[in-house]
Ligand binder design. Structure first.
Ligand SMILES: NC(=O)c1ccc[n+]([C@@H]2O[C@H](COP(=O)([O-])OP(=O)(O)OC[C@H]3O[C@@H](n4cnc5c(N)ncnc54)[C@H](O)[C@@H]3O)[C@@H](O)[C@H]2O)c1
Length: 328
């Protein structure tokens, strides 16, 4: 049994990672300040005697006491979501960058292993599948979503620099769109937003012409990859894409969600909102999974249609009038 610290552990992916690690018989401490996370995501985890939740900003934790030599830090806490990031640019950069540096310092002091969750956004706009060795193409503009992308890119740099200088074991992961239960629609995540609109019979808003593509990975696949990458020896100091390699047009996604719900809810087309248009919304985003397959033999188990269906079923259950749980 190893000890894992999961920052952002009450969030969407973090809480699934906590559940997964507990099911693998590890000891887990989740740290979360509950800005976008929710304590109800840890309902299952709280049944384990090997689990502890620390409600705190990660920048305020006393790591000298919390960490022991050889622990593993899974760093998922971040300000996320296009809408929130565009409204809180400086806070986003500060939270994501400073938070990562504080944790890296703590990891060095206690000789911990460190996994960082970065984002596919660091690649910028590319039509073909993105490879870890690709050059990045980013737009730096006034305000807006580049605060998130840059904070993650700088976080990657910090991880590699700490790895070089202190011989710290680090693994950097670039997550592509991940979907599943517990993801919240209000910060601009596309699948929960479309599902919520369909279930509540509100029109689905598709930006631009809907021809932009994304890829969707089931959260259970994502967390199995995170866990396997940090526990493998030969992944040290490396960067890995995690996602699903099949691109899906946003309009196709909307139509699929309508079809599985047998809904005739309208699709409304709208121009990209300010924060996205000015900051060059990325048109296509799809990972190459060659590297992660070569290193740990991982590929997602769920096709995107199954992942969307699983997410849809979750929202159907929580939004049903008979359910006392809420998605908030
Ligand atoms: N969901 C995706 O598709 C996706 C894609 C790319 C990258 N990522 C990355 O994966 C990670 C998890 O994302 P998510 O979708 O689960 O988002 P989330 O908002 O559900 O999780 C982030 C969690 O971090 C917590 N948090 C934020 N700042 C904190 C701080 N200073 N101290 C303590 N807790 C703090 C939030 O309360 C939240 O619970 C993030 O780092 C995100 O950038 C996610």
């Amino acid at each position: 049994m190893s000890k894992f610290i999961v920052t952002g552990g009450a969030g969407f992916i973090g809480s699934h990672l906590v559940d997964f690690l507990l099911s693998q018989k590890h000891e887990v401490i989740a740290i979360d300040n509950l800005t976008t996370g929710n304590i109800s995501n840890l309902k299952q985890a709280s049944k384990y005697s090997t689990f502890r939740f620390l409600k705190s900003d990660l920048k305020a934790v006393d790591y000298g006491t919390l960490l022991e030599k050889g622990d593993t830090i899974m760093h998922l806490a971040a300000t996320v979501g296009v809408k929130k990031v565009c409204e809180e640019t400086l806070e986003t950069f500060d939270n994501n960058f400073q938070g990562t540096q504080i944790l890296l310092d703590a990891a060095v002091k206690k000789d911990c292993q460190f996994l960082f969750t970065s984002t596919s956004e660091v690649y910028g706009d590319k039509k073909e599948a993105m490879k870890e060795t690709d050059y990045s193409q980013m737009y730096v503009t006034h305000g807006g979503r580049c605060a998130y992308t840059l904070s993650k890119f700088c976080g990657e740099f910090l991880c590699l620099a700490y790895h070089e200088k202190y011989n710290l074991k680090v693994v950097i992961t670039r997550l592509f769109n991940t979907i599943g239960a517990r993801q919240r629609p209000e910060y601009g995540m596309v699948v929960p937003k479309f599902v919520e609109s369909t279930i509540l019979k509100n029109p689905i808003t598709v930006f631009d012409d809907g021809k932009q593509t994304r890829s969707f990975c089931d959260v259970s696949d994502t967390v199995s990859a995170l866990s396997a990458l940090i526990q493998a020896d030969h992944t040290n100091g490396e960067i890995f894409n995690i996602g699903n390699s099949e691109p899906v047009e946003i309009l196709e996604l909307a139509e699929y969600i309508l079809s599985i719900n047998q809904s005739d809810t309208a699709i409304e087309f709208q121009p990209l909102p300010d924060g996205r248009d000015q900051n060059k919304d990325i048109k296509d985003r799809c990972p190459s999974l060659d590297k992660i397959f070569d290193y740990i033999n991982w590929k997602p188990k769920y096709h995107w249609t199954e992942a969307v269906k699983r997410t849809n079923d979750y929202y159907l259950s929580v939004l049903s009038p008979n359910n006392s749980d809420s998605i908030n």
